[in-house]
Design a protein around this ligand. Structure first.
Ligand SMILES: Cc1ncc(COP(=O)(O)O)c(C=O)c1O
Length: 399
């Protein structure tokens, strides 16, 4: 029997069937703008004195951007150290060929984890004598020095040596021959609060406490020990917070944590969240949209169904509170955001078609939607928005 060819030149066999063959822009994706990261680091470094180092904080997969990519561009921009949260994050960067010093900001407390850290040339954060001793023993066993950073608690009540006991404990630590103290640091709890310039603020008190401690242990600029305190907000307050290194996350990704200081910086968002229109439908007046019928059309309405939902990391409590950009115009999201999809009112557009790309985060023309907007609307912080994006969203690098 002869098969009739009705496919009009369509080659059914050339299409791949493997997961990795699927176009990363098939559904929804995160565009990571390497050049923006690089120039943000340059811009931020220009606020530091020449000898102050820049640690790029790339934990949580580079705040959702892809840690390896962020690290490479941050290093191009002048970052000399990297900060991760976990042992695994550190090992992953080492395996991808990153040579710069890496500090693990979380706590490692088992001998096994500390040995793995040592073998991967990762510096742990040490918050008590017990772990310091383990590091010293590991160093002794290998006939080497174990490089680490000591952390002191000045008001965060998270990790760090107890403030009042540190001076005494530091004397003991100095006698450990197989550790190399690369840094002493503390972490600010409230630097992004509006009052951080006020001398009586928690932030200024933390700085004074930290400085007092350094005086007592007699560690000054002549030592090779790097002193560091500031996160993004801390570094943007003023130079008193810089010491020998700053640990910068949020602002490197393009967002200032301090509204007052925003205007003095030209930071560029390094993340765009984009999505394809998967379907278009027209509904009559009085028709409910999505779960729970929270939105009912007040007129005949054209809806675009976007292939993204809370399983991708878009908070469900943003339902009905955000806009989406298409060609320099904003379109309101309507109805409950579902696990994998959401609806947008595109009644005003004749251009948007199935397969069109819309922007959830990022900018086009003079329209910008930032994680800071989403954070405000969903009563959280931009850090959480960025870290919530799931692996289901491919990260696509653009320069
Ligand atoms: C210890 C430490 N240092 C620095 C940072 C970077 O903070 P930011 O993103 O505000 O710059 C963080 C982030 O949470 C942190 O935990």
């Amino acid at each position: 029997m002869q098969i009739r060819h009705t496919n009009q030149g369509f080659n059914f066999y050339k299409y791949p069937t493997y997961e990795n063959d699927i176009d990363p822009k098939q559904r929804a994706w995160i565009e990571v703008r390497g050049k923006a990261l690089e120039t943000n680091v340059r811009e931020l470094r220009s606020k530091l004195s020449k000898n102050c180092q820049f640690m790029a904080v790339v934990k949580a997969d580079g705040y959702g951007h892809d840690a390896k990519l962020v690290s490479e561009y941050a290093i191009k921009g002048g970052a000399s150290q990297l900060g991760v949260a976990t042992l695994k994050e550190g090992i992953k960067l080492r395996s991808s060929g990153i040579k710069q010093p890496i500090l693990i900001l979380g706590n490692l407390y088992t001998k096994k984890d500390l040995i793995i850290s040592f073998k991967n040339d990762l510096m742990p954060t040490i918050s008590n004598i017990r772990e310091c001793l383990i590091c010293n023993n590991i160093g002794k066993h290998f006939g080497l020095k174990f490089s680490l950073h000591l952390k002191v608690d000045t008001g965060m009540s998270r990790l760090g040596f107890e403030y009042n006991r540190f001076v005494q404990q530091f004397e003991k630590i100095k006698s450990f021959e197989n550790i190399s103290i690369e840094g002493i640091y503390s972490h600010l709890s409230s630097a992004d609060e509006y009052d951080s310039l006020d001398p009586k603020s928690t932030t200024q008190i933390q700085r004074k406490k930290f400085q007092e401690l350094l005086k007592q242990i007699n560690v000054d600029r002549n030592h090779n020990i790097k002193i560091h305190l500031a996160n993004s907000a801390g570094m943007l307050i003023n130079k008193d917070f810089h010491f020998q290194m700053v640990r910068v996350g949020l602002s490197m990704y393009g967002y200032s944590p301090l509204a007052k200081i925003d205007k003095k910086l030209s930071l560029k968002p390094a993340l765009f969240l984009k999505v394809k229109v998967a379907f278009i439908r027209i509904i009559d007046q009085g028709v409910s949209v999505s779960y729970g019928g929270k939105f009912v059309s007040s007129k005949k309405t054209k809806l675009a169904v976007l292939s993204i939902g809370y399983a991708d990391g878009v908070p469900r409590n943003l339902s009905g509170k955000i806009n989406v950009i298409y060609k320099n115009k904003l379109y309101p999201q309507v109805g409950s955001i579902t696990m994998d999809q959401m609806m947008v009112d595109i009644t005003d557009s004749n251009e948007i078609k199935i397969g069109s790309t819309m922007i959830l985060l990022g900018s086009d023309g003079d329209k910008t939607i930032s994680p800071l907007d989403w954070a405000r609307e969903s009563n959280t912080i931009p850090w959480e928005i960025l870290c919530s994006f799931k692996n289901r969203l491919p990260r696509v690098q653009v320069d």
